[in-house]
Design a protein around this ligand. Sequence first.
Ligand code: GRF
Length: 203
Amino acid sequence: SRLVVLISGSGSNLQAIIDACQNNEVNGEICAVISNKADAYGLVRAQNAGIETAILSHKDYPSREDYDIELAALIDSFNPDLVVLAGFMRILTPRLVQKFKGKMLNIHPSLLPKYQGLNTHQRAIDAKDDVHGVSVHFVTEELDGGPVVLQAKVPILADDTADTLAKRIHEQEHVIYPLVVKWFSEHRLTMEADYAVFDNQPL
Ligand code: GRF
């Protein structure tokens, strides 16, 4: 499969997917990494792996709509089978989401449907949850609301801070995201109306 990965930051999930492609765990090729931020460390990771990079700054566009039209065209220029959002810190317009419907995945650091949006680790601690986690889901027009494909759980320990919890979550992210990308690239995973299907079973 042809993959395009969108990032805004460190790109540790990108790295996990790069590694999985290089190890042939994922039958795919990352055609491009696109960042809305010029200083995203993930761009260095991509360059080190010989992957084409592009920077498209939202600051150069008067509106979200204008930005997303350009972003859609840029993504399209790589003709991807799958668009992987890996810490891409932008809310997408319905038009962009529609265009890549069933072909766009996101990873969100909570056990969805809990804690959509930001600051998920602190929110889970504040709520005195004893379990937290991370979800990979198809992207739909509802922010962090699309059908969940796979989740991993981690314990919340008594002395956890948002940072220690985030670290524990990240380790799981790097396991589950490449796995879901692998399933997609093997055509085992699709999105029907508003649910995910894996090996012909609705999830
Ligand atoms: C991850 O915590 C992911 O769940 C969230 O953004 C973060 C990206 O981290 N969507 P990285 O850039 O992949 O290291």
